[in-house]
Design a protein around this ligand. Structure first.
Ligand code: FPP
Length: 248
């Protein structure tokens, strides 16, 4: 039985998050500069997006540029932004062919005019696509996301639209950047690192975490299927005990 056939499509996560890691090491192993790894990471983005959409995953969220990534050498940041603009333009056909809607989370206004304009255009052009929502987390961090939600809630409290005594987890859910999406049931991180690196901190509260050693540019559909098979072998208890779940 192929790996794809081993995935139970009746038990898919609705939302998968991926921390794409290992581009730099992939390039270094080949004696190339880091951006060569990022350029080759685009193929893996396509594999993950098409593979998820084909199976029937509703939401895929990729950590493409963290708020902390601004600390990288200026040359690498510029190359990453250029790659982003080129990729968004080049992959429009992939998005249309697969009926995928592009979305972003993060402070994209600060990415520069070229990047934010091309993302805006791609989001508008794919707005009516229904099969899957592909969200790129750009200039994003989980703490920024929670802080922005808190700021909006404070604004509403100040103007009297929200009673501070009524603020609870649902209020945060409403103002967080992924509002309207289910939380990711599965988080994948490549390259053997076992960290969350400030990604979707609020939303990952109950997610199953899957770490693999594959470097991001080598990630393909088979790796995705492997992650899903592993996820499907786990029991998600949400604080309950095994017997309670089995009695349902
Ligand atoms: C992490 O690898 C990767 C990134 C910070 C950038 C991700 C970008 C891509 C996959 C390419 C373009 C993507 C889109 C959506 C157009 P790293 O550089 O931290 O690798 P290292 O840990 O080996 O140094």
């Amino acid at each position: 039985m192929s790996l794809k056939e081993q995935v139970d499509i009746t038990k898919l996560p609705k939302h998968i998050g991926i921390i794409m890691d290992g581009n730099g090491r992939w390039a270094k192993r080949r004696g190339k500069i880091r951006i060569f790894g990022h350029e080759n990471g685009v193929r893996a983005v396509r594999e993950a997006a098409e593979g998820s959409a084909e199976l029937g995953v509703d939401y895929l969220t990729l950590y493409a540029f963290s708020s902390e990534n601004w600390r990288r050498p200026q040359k690498e940041i510029q190359a990453l932004m250029n790659l982003l603009v080129r990729t968004v333009k080049r992959e429009m056909k992939t998005l249309h062919d697969n009926d995928i809607r592009l979305n972003t989370i993060g402070d994209i206004g600060k990415l520069g005019k070229d990047a934010s304009n091309s993302l805006q255009k791609a989001m508008e052009e794919t707005h009516d696509h229904k099969r899957m929502v592909l969200t790129l987390a750009l200039n994003y961090s989980g703490r920024w996301d929670i802080a922005m939600a808190a700021r909006q809630i404070a604004d509403k409290a100040r103007s009297g639209e929200i009673n501070p005594d009524d603020v609870n987890a649902d209020t945060i859910e409403h103002f967080i950047s992924t509002s309207g999406m289910p939380d990711p049931e599965l988080l994948i991180r490549t390259s053997g690192e076992h960290r969350l690196s400030n990604f979707l901190l609020w939303q990952l509260a109950y997610s199953e975490l899957y770490f693999c050693n594959t470097l991001w540019p080598d990630f393909n559909r088979e790796n995705l299927y492997q992650a899903l098979i592993d996820y499907q072998s786990r029991e998600r208890r949400f604080g309950q005990i095994s017997e309670q779940l089995n009695n349902k």
